[in-house]
Design a binder for this molecule. Sequence first.
Ligand SMILES: Cc1ncc(COP(=O)(O)O)c(C=O)c1O
Length: 451
Amino acid sequence: MMATATALRRPEIKTELPGPKGRAIVAADAQFVNPAYPRPDFKLVAERGEGVWVTDVDGNVFLDCNAGVAVCSTGHCHPEVVRAIQDQTAQLIHMCGTDYYYQGMPDLARKLDEIVPIEGPTRTHFGNSGTEAVEMALKLAMHATGREKFISFFRSFHGRTLGSLSLTSSKAAQRLGFKRQVLDVVHMPFPNEYRNPFGDDDCGNGGVVEGAVNWIEKRLFHTTTPPEEVAAIVIEPVQGEGGYVPAPAAFLRELRRICDEHGILLIADEVQSGMGRTGKMFAIDHSGVKADVVCIAKGIASGLPLGACVARADLMDWKKGAHASTFGGNPVAIAAALKTIELLQRELVANAAEVGAYLKSGLQELMAKYDCIGDVRGMGLMIGVEFITDRASKQRNPELRDRVEMAAFNRGLILLGCGENSIRWSPPLILERDHVDVALEIFDEAITESR
Ligand SMILES: Cc1ncc(COP(=O)(O)O)c(C=O)c1O
């Protein structure tokens, strides 16, 4: 009997990449689809997904360590998720939660209330994407505080719609041509422990945490950004598109203190880092810090479009019509989310912690072997690997990163770059140790070939 993709232990590449069918689709895409999609150099034309395996239109089988950019948390087409979607689709596809009611909406909001890192009761707004969850958080923060300034971080990514774009600063291309930003946002350096962006002036006798705290309290608050005018500080507890860089736990605790002292809201953008990816349900859980607002999307519904903005219930004191969405919280997406969370709680968050630690130690071994890996960082199955020219200069090496990404792809391993010179590991949370062994072997070969 022919082996199915799930039974395969290794990727299987049979054609040049992309193959003939793939090339035809890429050509049609080039003619008709938005050319601004930031696609990488390699071209994956997917046809089927099963667990951690993706088969392209030419029959090549890949081990997916990107999960559709950190979305397919339960793996591709998890049978229980598929069944939940099929059952819901046969029963009710759409009703518009802004005007009518259905069981799934309060069920999922109640579930989120149970799991989000927010003190006390919460309420949830449902949208369709990460950027919509962020838009909602921004509007709510302005409405609830009566203030309109925000503090965000360089290299952060919060979306591309006009409100969230004001926060986003991971690449100039995201801003170029869009003129003045809509919101009053001041950006500050992110406390990156591998590349401390703060000088002695800010750090004093301390390190990156002191540098970042002093930047806020002694620079921003004394100059451009009086604290009494700040509605919220928005942070990715692990910077995603910016390079898979975790914020130090001590910094998140300091942010909580600063926000409490000045009536500022702390918004955790967990769109990429949430839903079990880091080995806890939310990345901020590693610090014990509670946020006022949490933005969720990507991994929440195993691939169906769903965004959620969960906030302290007392903040959502606004009138009918202040914010709503026709499709947000669609019954099918909600059914997928409820099943996804069940699977995460049953075993996948724990698996992300366990297999993630195994993957990280394997990557650290590669760092010991190769001078061109400067840093391996992250928690659970959200791990960044930074490529440099050499350890002494720590100079970023984006060309090498791109070559490694391509060489891995040509061997059937899907990895995606992030930041200027890093590769992100964001596999489905069902990844097993055997998959890690195969992936690390391929990654090792890809680095050897690319150096
Ligand atoms: C942290 C974070 N916030 C927001 C977004 C925007 O999400 P979407 O592309 O679903 O609008 C992303 C997407 O990568 C993200 O990583």
